[in-house]
Design a protein around this ligand. Structure first.
Ligand code: BGC
Ligand code: CA
Length: 353
């Protein structure tokens, strides 16, 4: 997060938490998880599209840590009830019903199927519970169905463009090190995330557009979905190696896990040097791979900022404060997190000691 934003949020948070602590009553009610709780407890129901996802697990870890930090500022308890949607929209809708029935104050939904958002909005609105979608972006029309609906995420077009620029920088600096067949054309392969996910569609399009806009000639050798998954990416790339040998010059992966899967397959096939490989997320294993000189670069998908914004926004909505004082709110509904390129040059800024 931009330091100015963070400073302003923490000042706001301090004020809001102090007010909440002063007002905290001792009446009891049921928590999201069904336990009785004092009314100075903020109950947040969080449903994930799946827990079996490196980036989403990191958002969860950050949520837990941020909630603890907020609690330590005041006499306040944040009860996070986190459930796994197991990639099943019906399961997730049941979880939403349960959260509402148990009296959650806020719903944070990482929706399984983006096209099912309207149903969740209607359930939340009927129950009068504010709703925050994150990471998996519903269409704007669904977000605007109610004034109490928000989206916290990263602009997919922007981080796709930055991913393309990582490759563009390397190509402009030393084209010979990338252009294996010396034809002046950049031969690439694309590992796509889950079909229909906004990040898969837009990263795929805008990463390549950053090169063509700069008048670099490109040739797509192969592209396929690997559903954000390392194992699936490794299997796809093994097939591509059979077809193209070492002639793939660049591999774009819509996320880091798939980039790491590509590296697994290339190493297994003994391809050296590796082609230029780029991901998105800046997960811990991806940062290690950059340090080891295998992954060329990635684009930060700010799991920490996402979690912070969700907690700050939840606190504001719960306490009846103006949400735009708590987070950088755009168009009344959206919190867009900043993104950055990560390579060996600035890696130390992203590694936690
Ligand atoms: C991340 C992926 C993740 C997906 C889940 C994307 O923004 O880059 O790593 O699997 O979100 O929805
Ligand atoms: Ca070439």
């Amino acid at each position: 997060m931009n330091p100015t934003i963070r400073k302003c949020c923490s000042r706001w948070l301090h004020k809001a938490l102090a007010a909440l602590a002063a007002a905290a009553a001792l009446a009891c009610c049921a928590s999201c998880s069904g336990e009785p709780e004092a009314s100075n407890t903020l109950r947040i129901g969080v449903s994930l599209y799946t827990l079996d996802d490196t980036f989403i697990s990191s958002v969860v870890q950050n949520l837990e840590r941020t909630a603890q930090e907020a609690e330590s500022h005041a006499d306040l308890k944040i009860n996070l009830s986190i459930v796994d949607g197991r990639s099943n929209q019906t399961t997730q809708l049941e979880q939403v019903d349960r959260f509402i029935a148990r009296g959650c104050d806020i719903l944070c939904i990482n929706i399984v199927d983006r096209t099912a958002a309207a149903v969740v909005v209607d359930k939340a609105q009927e129950a009068g519970v504010p709703l925050i979608f994150f990471n998996r972006q519903p269409v704007d029309e669904d977000i605007r169905r109610s004034s109490q609906v928000y989206y916290v995420g990263v602009n997919a077009q922007g981080n796709g463009t930055l991913q393309g620029r990582l490759v563009l920088d390397a190509w402009q600096k030393d084209p010979a090190s990338i252009d294996r067949n010396g034809d002046g054309i950049l031969q690439y392969a694309m590992l796509e995330g889950e079909p229909g996910h906004q990040d898969a569609l837009l990263r795929t399009e805008y990463s390549v557009k950053a090169l063509t806009d700069a008048e670099v000639s490109v040739e797509k050798l192969a592209s396929d979905t690997a559903n954000w998954n390392r194992g699936q990416a490794s299997a796809r790339v093994s097939l591509w190696i059979q077809e193209f040998g070492d002639q793939i010059e660049v591999i774009f992966a819509n996320n880091d896990d798939m980039a790491l899967g590509a590296i697994d397959a290339l190493k297994e096939a003994g391809i050296s040097p590796l082609p230029l490989i780029v991901g998105v997320d800046a997960t811990a294993p991806a940062l290690e791979s950059i340090a080891a000189g295998e992954l060329y670069g990635t684009v930060l998908n700010d799991a920490d900022g996402m979690a912070r914004s969700m907690v700050d926004l939840s606190l504001a909505l719960w306490s009846g404060s103006d949400p735009s004082e708590a987070v950088n709110l755009q168009d009344g509904h959206y919190v867009w997190l900043p993104y950055r390129k990560v390579t060996q040059d600035n890696l130390s800024e992203f590694m936690t000691p």
